[in-house]
Design a protein. Sequence first.
Length: 164
Amino acid sequence: MIYGFNANEVFKIAIEIEENGRRFYEKVQDVVEESGVNEIFARLALAEVEHKKRFISLKSQLPRSAKEETVWDPDNELDQYLKMMADMHVFKTSAAVDDVLAGVRTAQDALHLAIQFEKDSIVFFLTMQEAAKEEEGRKLIGQLVEEEKEHLRTLSMELRRLYG
């Protein structure tokens, strides 16, 4: 279980997840041949860039209490740990994205994979929201969840449009 993270730390993870998501959506366009689906992936790649900017902005709005350390970290290892968590839980880094994309054969495969990643990110953020110590920080993390839900809606609607 994840306990004791502050909202500032959660936003660090969110920013990394958005960067990994951008990489995924850019690379999946090389695999999928259906132009309509690729247009959605291109839009989602751009949206990940915008989400990253939004998350950086939200992070800067956090109150001081949401940035206070919740664990003793004399060797400054927390940032590395948070990056590893983002890489393990949601969009993988570039090398891992290539491995995952090797199994994608159709636009439907790609959409299902993207939907699963978006669901994973929502669950991840909800878990982190629960683990955050500060109320204002939890509220801002809720905004992350809403941003990711929009991606999930977009992907689900496209899958429904294409495949009924």
